[in-house]
Design a protein around this ligand. Structure first.
Ligand SMILES: Cc1cc2nc3c(=O)[nH]c(=O)nc-3n(C[C@H](O)[C@H](O)[C@H](O)COP(=O)(O)OP(=O)(O)OC[C@H]3O[C@@H](n4cnc5c(N)ncnc54)[C@H](O)[C@@H]3O)c2cc1C
Length: 237
């Protein structure tokens, strides 16, 4: 409109939404464009622009230390120069962004799973049942071994994706594998960790329950795990 973009719409679930100073907003700018992927652009919006409303989302299952917001845009005017990248290339810019950030979420998964494993190893050595540490049971050892193996696999995939990114050779399929597998591993290992802590795993005296609650988001945000699988399958077909 004149020299400005005028933005309307809303978006749920924005990390740091109520504390950020500016946002990169994915906008429909070229609706008449025949190719669907060429209809969008990225526009920088300062958070204090008139028409921006930000509401904190409460009651999250996990990652409660991070802020999550719902954001509404009502006739928000920003100057044309707030365009980020190239007009009509927003979808491609966004996909490139995800190719990078998926690896970061994979690293979160590896860290969470390793932390849950470490706490569990400590616990099964300390906890005595019928006069013996839990750790002497082979059934417990088998579970620890499988947890450690999956953590190591997830770590190696995350390292490979990060190594490729460092070399400027991003491979979307590998970063999708890393994020998908590390997220699944975090959920799986955290579940085992709570199980091996028994009743104490279920109460907040031991913070392994926090790992369990924090893990699930890794299969949902930055692309749900099904979206990662589609990216991987696209490489195969
Ligand atoms: C705490 C938190 C923080 C977030 N932070 C951000 C952020 O900073 N920025 C941002 O843009 N978004 C953010 N999100 C949004 C997040 O990326 C989305 O919630 C997620 O991508 C899933 O989208 P949706 O909720 O619309 O699920 P829907 O699209 O409604 O899908 C629901 C479920 O259906 C399944 N599904 C969907 N499509 C398919 C398909 N094609 N094939 C098979 N299964 C499918 C998946 O299991 C999916 O989880 C955040 C979400 C949360 C909860």
């Amino acid at each position: 409109d004149g020299g400005d973009w005028v933005i309307n719409g809303n978006k749920m679930f924005i990390t740091n939404g109520t504390v950020c100073d500016f946002m990169i907003v994915y906008c429909l700018t070229n609706p008449e464009e025949e190719a669907r992927h060429k209809r969008f652009s990225l526009i920088l919006v300062e958070a204090d622009r008139p028409g921006v409303t930000r509401s904190k989302i409460r009651g999250k299952m996990g990652i409660r230390a991070t802020d999550t917001a719902a954001i509404t845009f009502e006739d928000v005017r920003v100057p044309q120069e707030n365009l980020v990248g190239i007009e009509g290339r927003g979808f491609y810019h966004l996909m490139h962004f995800f190719d990078c950030t998926r690896t970061m979420v994979a690293a979160q998964g590896v860290g969470l799973a390793q932390g849950a494993l470490d706490k569990t190893v400590r616990y099964v050595r300390e906890r005595h049942v019928f006069g013996k540490p839990l750790a002497v049971n082979q059934g417990v050892q088998f579970q620890l071994a499988e947890m450690a193996t999956r953590v190591e696999l997830a770590r190696n995939l995350a390292y490979k994706a990060a190594w490729q990114a460092d070399r400027g050779q991003l491979d979307p399929a590998v970063s999708a594998m890393a994020k998908d597998y590390a997220g699944e591993t975090a959920v799986w290992v955290a579940d085992k960790a709570v199980q091996l802590h028994g009743g104490y795993g279920y109460i907040d005296e031991y913070d392994v329950q926090r790992f369990y609650r924090d893990a699930k988001i890794l299969e949902i945000y930055e692309g749900a795990k099904e979206a990662e699988k589609l990216t991987i399958a696209r490489r195969l077909l």
